[in-house]
Design a binder for this molecule. Structure first.
Ligand SMILES: Cc1cc2nc3c(=O)[nH]c(=O)nc-3n(C[C@H](O)[C@H](O)[C@H](O)COP(=O)(O)O)c2cc1C
Length: 288
């Protein structure tokens, strides 16, 4: 086996907080575009009902817990804590059009799938008193948007569109990405994205600060009307995406992103397979 020496990484050209980034960059190794997507076994493939966790597998076995009361925290700190704890988050790369016709593109990681019947996704906009979120304004005004999945090859372009540009600036130009006309909604899909979803506004709800009643967030549910997938990212079934080909990127805390390079299967337990073991454990617990 031969190992290729990778060039020293270069700091990103668009760096918003250089001093903190540069410390991290000194210890970061280069991005390996050829890193394979590997299917492994799970950590404890021999696990049986009642086993809990294996002592020694986690390096945190003996660490005490630190506890926060969220009511007593600043919003800045709760943002830092929660966005680093609820990870990895998928990222919705959202394309909208303002009422004056200006196209808009920005990434959002308060994003999830809600249901497949009806096909709904959710995205939440954090509102600052400083400036509105153009994506939120456009969705509420036009009731249409597209959600595009971010793969490794377009993460820099997507990240660049998070720039706080004036509402009349077209972030598509910043990104260098290509508009592909949608079929059921006016906002374009991102051509380079391997998955694009055309959505119509299904529901929106403003969320307020519990003390001041100022609106701090808006939750939007999008009804997915049409999905476009690049054929080469599909498995042989031609219906299911292959994660090894999709190469999705997730958001962690701070400015950190993550890639998916390892996965494992764990079969869903059937009650009849675990019933006897669970009954034995229950009897044992009631005796103790
Ligand atoms: C990876 C990533 C994820 C983000 N997730 C969110 C989010 O979930 N909600 C939010 O309000 N802002 C989020 N932001 C910030 C917005 O992208 C940013 O405020 C952007 O300027 C909004 O653009 P707009 O005003 O054109 O809608 C995120 C930024 C990045 C880089």
């Amino acid at each position: 086996m031969s190992f290729k020496l990778l060039p020293r990484p270069r700091p990103p050209l668009l760096s918003y907080s250089r001093s903190r980034l540069s410390r991290r960059w000194n210890s970061a190794s280069s991005f390996d575009p050829h890193k394979p997507f590997t299917l492994t076994s799970s950590a404890l493939p021999e696990w049986k009902p009642g086993d809990g966790v294996s002592k020694g597998l986690s390096e945190h076995d003996d660490s005490p817990r630190k506890t926060w009361i969220l009511d007593e925290m600043s919003t800045k700190d709760s943002y830092k804590l929660l966005t680093s704890a609820i990870i990895p988050r998928p990222i919705a790369f959202i394309s909208t059009i303002a009422q004056d016709g200006t196209p808009n593109l920005a990434p959002f990681s308060y994003f999830s799938m809600i249901s497949h019947n009806p096909p709904l996704l959710s995205v939440s906009f954090n509102l600052s008193p400083r400036r509105p979120k153009d994506t939120r304004e456009n969705i509420l005004a036009t009731k249409e948007f597209t959600v595009n999945i971010i793969s490794e090859h377009l993460v820099e372009a997507a990240n660049a569109t998070a720039v706080e540009a004036p509402a009349d600036v077209d972030e598509w130009i910043v990104s260098g990405l290509t508009m592909e006309p949608s079929l059921q909604v006016k906002p374009a899909c991102v051509k380079e994205s391997l998955v694009s979803m055309e959505c119509k506004l299904h529901f929106s709800h403003d969320i307020s600060d519990l003390k001041s009643s100022d609106i701090t967030n808006t939750l939007v549910l999008g009804l997915i009307k049409q999905v476009h997938v690049t054929k080469s990212a599909l498995t042989e079934s031609e219906l299911v995406l292959d994660p090894a080909k999709l190469r999705p990127v997730a958001r962690l805390g701070g400015n950190t992103y993550a890639r998916l390079t390892d996965a494992f299967d764990i079969p869903r337990p059937a009650w009849k397979m675990v019933r006897d073991a669970v009954q034995t454990l229950t009897k044992r617990q009631s005796i103790e």
